[in-house]
Design a protein around this ligand. Structure first.
Ligand code: FAD
Length: 432
């Protein structure tokens, strides 16, 4: 039987509903809801409770069985600018072999081997191979990775120098369809999965990339976890991921976004485009963070790292709660080195012998690293990231011992050392 029901909005034919039929519908709806709830619960348990600190999204095999040794071909499937000035470009990468990707820990990076034009011999069309690291800028996905690369210009007042070799190559030459050689995700800068401790992500400029990965991972896998993002940059032109960050902040009450412009432009509006003027510093954190324990993650330009990281420690943040990564050479010191150690190094120059090049030189403490020391004296050694991440400058340590200001990201092979972040702790014989 059908009965005509007329509402104010117009007429609709609807089936008549008996009481037993209504009961059947209600029970079916309740059962469906229960099944969906159990499904979600099981999925979350599987994701959060994996053995690695970062959960594997469905479809991604565990890292131990899938991380690849050496280089693997990845095709660029999409590229897109993330800021108004078009200085920061994302590259989406898929493995050429089509095999599954290992999950990574949110905050880790990829290492690229690139054939780039040799600036010194550009006219002759010569090329050279360089190695560079780029943080993954999205959470783990089953089939693709994303990195976001900022174009690097010569230092101010040095227009005579060539621009950044790798970043320029990515921006000017790498196109959709190109294949790049990539090492598996690595690095020790990643988010602690303890959801009971709020995370404070502090990014300066392009340091936003590992934070995007951490943030997106938290929001997807730990939606209740409190996350504060402090993002410091000059102005709206270089404000990367602006729309997506604002949308995430609006959709997730546990996510607190703080954008800080140091030199706002004429069209930048406080309260609309950014939340505070100046720099991200401890004073701002003190004013805006609630009391209690937080895990701090810092990535940004050298000046920010060298001031903010020690300032956090001086503020009383316990050392294990401060995590940081520099994208280049930065000498971040949290605890002062033992006075005896430094005094000994300065008082007694040590001999460093470079075996392959047959040079013996006196280390006088002038250089920040053995790599700078070698280059200053014309000893040719390979190098890549200059921050202990990519392993290109790894050299066999024939004798002696090397000191690191803090543990390098790269897992150094036993009996070897990294020149770019190492200094002599005794007289050295190096294979290089
Ligand atoms: C773990 C890690 C993660 C990273 N993640 C990212 C990321 O997500 N996004 C990103 O954009 N970057 C990232 N970086 C930085 C990146 O690896 C590169 O260092 C950056 O792109 C610059 O490399 P380049 O080859 O373009 O510049 P380089 O060629 O290395 O040049 C660097 C600077 O030196 C100048 N220069 C050139 N020649 C000379 C000379 N003769 N004397 C003095 N100066 C000279 C150049 O003009 C330029 O300013 C990361 C780095 C690390 C270690």
């Amino acid at each position: 039987m059908r009965r005509r029901v007329r509402s104010e909005g117009g007429g609709h034919d609807e089936p008549s509903m008996t009481a037993p039929l209504l009961l059947v519908y209600i029970n079916a709806a309740l059962l469906l809801q229960l099944a969906i709830g159990v499904g979600i619960w099981l999925w979350r348990r599987r994701s959060v409770g994996t053995v690695t600190p970062v959960a594997a999204p469905p479809g991604v095999v565990p890292v131990s069985s899938a991380a690849w040794p050496g280089w693997r071909g990845f095709r660029v499937v999409r590229r897109e600018f993330e800021d108004r000035a078009q200085t920061q470009c994302s590259f989406h990468l898929e493995p050429v072999d089509g095999a599954p990707l290992p999950p990574f820990k949110a905050g880790q990076f990829l290492t690229f081997s690139l054939r780039v034009a040799d600036a010194d011999a550009a006219a002759a069309g010569a090329q050279r191979t360089i190695t560079r690291c780029y943080s993954l800028s999205d959470r783990p996905q089953p089939g693709s990775y994303r990195v976001t690369i900022k174009r690097v210009t010569p230092p101010s007042g040095r227009a005579d120098l060539p621009p950044g070799a790798s970043s320029g190559h990515f921006h000017d030459r790498v196109r959709e369809g190109d294949v790049l050689q990539v090492k598996a995700p690595s690095g020790h800068f990643f988010i602690d999965p303890d959801l009971a401790v709020p995370a404070v992500l502090i990014a300066g400029g392009i340091g936003i990339t590992p934070m995007m990965s951490m943030l997106r991972w938290c929001l997807a896998e730990q939606p209740g976890r409190i996350v504060h993002l402090y993002y410091g940059l000059r102005n709206g032109d270089e404000h990367a991921f602006k729309q997506v960050l604002e949308e995430l902040a609006a959709a997730h009450p546990a996510f607190h976004l703080n954008v800080v412009y140091s030199r706002p432009g004429a069209n930048d509006v406080l309260g609309r485009d950014y939340h505070a003027g100046g720099h991200v510093d401890v004073e701002l954190l003190r004013r805006t963070l609630p009391h209690g324990r937080h895990q701090f993650y810092v990535c940004g330009p050298v000046a920010m790292m060298e001031s903010l990281v020690p300032a956090l420690a001086a503020w009383g943040v316990p050392r294990p709660d401060i995590h940081f990564e520099a994208f280049g050479p930065a000498s971040v010191r949290i605890e002062p080195a033992g006075p005896g150690e430094d005094a000994a190094a300065l008082a007694a120059p040590v001999e460093v012998h470079f075996h392959r090049s047959g040079r013996t030189l006196a280390w006088d403490g002038q250089d920040a690293s053995l790599l700078d020391f070698a280059e200053r004296h014309g000893v040719e050694v390979d190098s890549g990231c200059r921050s202990g991440s990519c392993g290109t400058c790894e050299t066999r340590l024939v004798s002696g011992s090397v000191r690191y200001a803090h543990a390098p990201d790269h897992d150094v092979t036993s009996g070897h050392c990294l020149l770019c972040v190492g200094t002599p702790a005794s007289a050295l014989v190096l294979e290089a």
